[in-house]
Ligand binder design. Structure first.
Ligand SMILES: Cc1cc2nc3c(=O)[nH]c(=O)nc-3n(C[C@H](O)[C@H](O)[C@H](O)COP(=O)(O)OP(=O)(O)OC[C@H]3O[C@@H](n4cnc5c(N)ncnc54)[C@H](O)[C@@H]3O)c2cc1C
Length: 429
């Protein structure tokens, strides 16, 4: 549905200062995304064509995504969320929700590549040094390179302090050893950003971020492992290993011991990013359902003539509206005191961001579940966007800090902390 015919058009009403960037998104979708989706329809709609023989995302899809990222980078859309000092668009969270929901409102084909995600220009780049700008920061901001973010390990997910990957100083270098699990973009990333323990027992000062060129170090201490067969068949998530990998001091992002704070800041970003993503996808699903129930005839009348179906759609709308309203409220609160990436952040803000993630994850999951139910057998078919979004919605409740971890953090910041050793300071909140 176009913005004009959508029943949401009156409610969306983005502020007028976003007119140019939203027009750019429309143009990019029309000129860069839609033609590539049409050319690769067979791969996007058939999971056997989506992956290569090794079960990894097919190279043609990787190529198409990279071309879209580059075009979005040139148009100033891809990194609209980053400050102008990094050559980003300088938009705050409230504005970004409008941009994100526009991008995700096109469904789940190649359109998400229009905006930087965890494999792109994350706010960790704010902590890069001058000598890292040309090789890493500029190409990531412009969508010309992609990155991976290596934090989780098979034995260390929700609690960062369970981490085993170590960085040990040796002369002027650092020696990295360990393994990371469930890593998005593990196989195609040009750049790796990896968190390791460099000073065990030093509390939040225990961690340091390292950044390096994956191709330069491949099989020189760095290697990738197996691809995970995720429930949404992305062919994109896998293992990485560091076998006494030697990195220079210049590979550090920020300062030694600053890794924890940078990690939490970037988890905050990942969680806030749920807002426009879930709003856009929920909107897309509601529109698909409205179309379906008006046209699907059962016993001589449209499916949508049944009150049971109408109420399901009404509940989808309520979920969309609640999560979106909460997100905008949180975004305004975060934008007000200044840029959201400045550290440290007040505790009540962290609580709000956790609430935003849970609210969006769970609302979107309910919306996707109802959308599938309304589509009947068609919704069960894996080649439909309805089905794909249901799988994605279920997944979203795990990465970026699980919904349980968000709830625990909310409770702790409300004063309910009983076990100091497992406090909010240690979790991937
Ligand atoms: C598709 C996908 C992509 C990912 N991409 C990346 C990536 O790019 N980089 C990266 O570093 N990681 C990535 N992850 C990892 C993700 O961040 C972790 O899976 C997540 O943090 C949970 O960790 P875990 O899987 O070890 O679960 P666990 O920590 O073992 O948790 C298991 C269950 O216990 C619950 N639980 C844990 N602690 C508590 C508590 N205190 N109270 C109540 N319940 C609790 C959790 O909520 C969860 O339900 C990805 C994961 C997936 C699925």
């Amino acid at each position: 549905m176009s913005d004009q015919t959508s029943p949401f058009s009156n409610e969306l009403r983005p502020p007028s200062h976003l007119a140019d960037i939203l027009a750019s998104v429309e143009r990019l979708y029309r000129d860069e995304v839609a033609p590539r989706e049409a050319a690769l329809r067979h791969r996007l709609s058939d999971e056997r064509e989506y992956l290569d023989r090794d079960g990894k995302l097919h190279p043609e899809l990787i190529q198409a995504r990279r071309e879209i990222m580059r075009a979005a980078g040139d148009a100033g859309v891809y990194s609209a969320h980053l400050p102008e000092t990094l050559d980003g668009g300088g938009l705050g969270r409230e504005d970004m929700i409008c941009v994100e929901e526009k991008v995700y409102g096109y469904g789940c084909g190649l359109n998400p590549a229009l905006l930087s995600w965890s494999e792109g220009a994350t706010p960790r780049l704010l902590y890069c040094h001058d000598h890292q700008r040309e090789q890493f920061v500029e190409p990531l901001v412009k969508g010309r390179k992609t990155s991976l973010h290596g934090v989780t390990e098979s034995g260390a997910g929700s609690n960062l302090f369970d981490m085993q990957t170590r960085g040990v100083r040796k002369g002027g270098d650092w020696v990295l050893s360990g393994a990371k699990a469930y890593i998005t973009n593990a196989f195609d990333a040009d750049v790796a950003q990896v968190l390791a323990i460099t000073e065990p027992g030093a509390g939040r000062r225990s961690f340091t971020y390292f950044m390096f060129d994956t191709r330069e170090y491949l099989n020189k201490g760095y290697r990738t492992g197996r691809v995970y067969q995720t429930m949404f068949g992305d062919g994109y998530t896998g293992e990485i290993f560091f076998d006494d990998m030697v990195l220079p001091e210049s590979a550090i992002i920020g300062e030694p011991g600053q890794g924890f704070d940078i990690a939490v800041m970037s988890f905050n970003y990942t969680r806030m990013r749920r807002a426009g993503m879930c709003a856009g996808w929920s909107q897309y699903l509601i529109e698909q359902c409205l179309d379906r129930v008006q046209n699907r005839q059962i016993a001589g009348q449209p499916l949508g003539a049944n009150q049971g179906i109408q109420w399901m759609i009404a509940d989808m709308y309520i979920d969309w509206l609640q999560a979106r309203s909460l997100s905008l409220e949180v975004a305004r609160a975060i934008d007000t005191p200044g840029p959201w990436y400045a550290l440290p952040r007040p505790k009540d803000e962290i609580r709000k961001i956790c609430a935003l993630k849970v609210s969006n994850d769970e609302s979107f999951y309910r919306v996707a579940d109802r959308a599938l139910q309304i589509h009947g057998g068609l919704g069960v078919m894996r080649d439909t966007q309805i089905n794909k979004l249901f799988q994605i919605a279920r997944n979203l409740r795990i990465p970026g800090g699980t919904d349980e971890v968000q709830r625990t953090t909310i409770a702790e910041t409300l004063g309910l902390r009983f076990d100091q050793s497992k406090s909010v300071a240690t979790r991937k909140a």
